[in-house]
Design a protein around this ligand. Structure first.
Ligand code: PXP
Length: 248
């Protein structure tokens, strides 16, 4: 599974909505960003409908469901209110993430080991609606095993620790954890995704991990898009991924 040359780029456009919400204004419109990201080569659009609605709003998710021609990946907590919306929206994929009100962004993976039955119940409800389920977890053997037990289709291994590591030894150690977790997940029949903190400089070793089928990248792409435009920012990232997979 996932050993081919293909690697999907899911572009997370939450930050576009963050700029809009800074003024409670109408622009920039996340839908427009999704269209331009798709033109730039995005294989999917990812958004996180947070319980506090700090960026993406309910109407965005419903409109994106109508408009995104590729794949819509909805990042979501397992809170009942959000699960009910996901069941109405029916994204192509739901990625279950932890959520804390005070955090700047998602911090660390979902601890499936400690809330296995609650996560399993949500996975079952999403599956019944035809939605594929990914779980955002730390690259830990116990979490990968739990992901399999709850019936997830995919794991998204968090790359924040890798992105934040400083010095060759620390970076190598984080890469080793990710490589091992990716191999373990693929062996268990899980699709392997990764994301968080990836940028134009640090993405290559991650994209070269053969089991990785999808990367979800937001901050670095939207940050570049502010300066060079969304279509170009996405194309530049997609080109890096393609080069990594073609061995150039
Ligand atoms: N994957 C998950 C599960 C996330 O929560 C986020 C941030 O919303 C991302 C990927 C993208 O992270 P970044 O914005 O750092 O690229």
């Amino acid at each position: 599974m996932g050993q081919g040359n293909n690697i999907r780029l899911g572009v997370n456009i939450d930050h576009v909505a963050t700029v809009r919400q800074a003024r409670r204004a109408r622009e920039p419109e996340p839908l427009a960003a999704a269209v331009l990201a798709t033109l730039g080569g995005a294989d999917g659009i990812t958004v996180h409908l947070r319980e506090d609605r700090r960026h993406i709003q309910d109407r965005d998710v419903f409109l994106l469901r109508e408009m995104v021609p590729t794949r819509l990946n909805l990042e979501m907590s397992i809170a009942e209110e959000i699960v009910a919306i996901a069941l109405k929206v029916r994204p192509d994929e739901a990625t279950l993430v932890p959520e804390r009100r005070q955090e700047l962004t998602t911090e660390g993976g979902l601890d499936i080991v400690v809330q296995e039955s609650a996560v399993r119940a949500v996975v079952e409800r999403l599956h019944a609606a035809g939605i594929a389920v990914s779980v955002f977890i730390d690259p830990e053997p116990a979490q990968v095993e739990a992901a399999r037990r709850v019936g997830a289709d995919a794991v998204e291994l968090q790359t924040a620790s890798y992105s934040e590591a400083r010095g060759t030894a620390a970076i190598t150690a984080e890469l080793t954890r990710l490589r091992q977790a990716a191999a373990q997940a693929a062996q268990l029949g899980l699709h392997v995704h990764m994301g968080h903190g990836l940028n134009y400089v640090n993405v290559a070793p991650i994209a070269q991990i053969p089991q990785v089928e999808e990367l979800n990248i937001g901050h670095s792409i939207v940050a570049r898009a502010v300066l060079v435009g969304m279509e170009r920012a996405v194309r530049e990232m997609k080109d890096i991924l393609l080069r990594c997979r073609s061995g150039q």
